[in-house]
Design a protein around this ligand. Structure first.
Ligand SMILES: [Zn+2]
Length: 291
């Protein structure tokens, strides 16, 4: 089977596993319907493994690893879904994808590093398709015209309140179904060399627009000033260059998740949402700040 066909088949299976009107998908119900067991393993080691599935075990077992001061193991039933964090729900969905790929689609174990990461990408897409119902997403996107960025605060609300998934999962799903949109998550951190403040890309998702890869440092005084001065905003940015991407005509919206608070110890997180500037939207010389 071709790689694109495998990805398509995984997406089809993910859609078939959801209930017709299910908004927040119960991943433990999905696992049970496939004959898979799920357990949480508490551990006190520095091991950062999130989850794994034992495909050869009868029945197959998905283990979620959770750091704790004590050790222990607990089997989860369908009614225990509320106990899972957003990340753990995604991990269960990802591991279900491995089982579907192996048992229903006939994907063999990865034969090398490239194959491994390709399969990991497939399973992440599968998990996103399972956890973000298209009908719900299309309904939400109908509220935002194609030529406007999807407001970052809406992405946060839909992800957190409606779907119980991370903003990254939802942003990836939006970029898949609306190719004109793109998202970048930035974290304010300090450079090792001289301790100066810098914005670092922690996540990016795009289809037709170009966005910098994870780990890229962004040095853009204008952007930095906008993000520092206002926690939310919108801006028309013709020929805008982000990182090493080529200049692009975009409309940009942003949201910073933690305003400057002296006592806040962590880095400030900033979400950028972009869309390609339609030619009829605004004169190219205009740079508008609406709020
Ligand atoms: Zn995996």
């Amino acid at each position: 089977m071709k790689e694109s066909d495998i990805e398509q088949s995984l997406g089809d299976v993910a859609r078939s596993l959801r209930g017709p009107n299910e908004r927040r998908v119960n991943v433990l119900r999905v696992a049970e319907s496939l004959g898979l067991q799920v357990s949480v393993a508490l551990h006190d080691s520095p091991d950062s493994t999130q989850a794994r599935i034992e495909l050869q075990r009868r029945p197959p077992m998905i283990s979620i690893f959770r750091a704790s001061e004590t050790r222990g193991n607990r089997r989860l039933g369908v009614a225990d879904e509320w106990m899972l964090t957003r990340r753990e729900r995604f991990s269960v969905a990802h591991e279900i994808g491995h089982w579907i790929a192996s048992k229903q689609i006939g994907v063999s174990q990865p034969s090398g590093t490239r194959d491994y990461w390709l399969q990991e990408r497939w399973m992440n897409t599968f998990a996103g398709s399972l956890l973000v119902p298209e009908w719900l997403l299309q309904g939400w996107l109908a509220e935002t015209p194609e030529e406007e960025p999807v407001p970052p605060v809406a992405v946060w609300r839909w992800a957190t309140h409606d779907l119980h998934v991370s903003e990254e999962v939802l942003a990836s799903a939006i970029a898949r179904v609306r190719p004109s949109s793109a998202f970048v998550k930035l974290v304010r951190t300090s450079k090792r060399s001289d301790s100066s403040s810098v914005l670092k890309v922690q996540f990016s998702a795009a289809d037709s627009l170009q966005v910098p890869a994870r780990g890229t440092h962004i040095c853009d005084a204008h952007l930095d000033a906008d993000l520092s001065n206002r926690s939310m905003g919108r801006k028309v940015s013709p020929q805008w260059t982000l990182g090493r991407c080529p200049p692009q005509d975009v409309i940009l919206m942003w949201r910073t998740s933690s305003p400057k608070v002296e006592s806040y110890p962590g880095p400030t997180v900033c979400w950028l949402s972009m869309t390609r500037l339609a030619e009829r939207t605004a004169p190219l010389h205009e740079t508008a700040s609406l709020f």
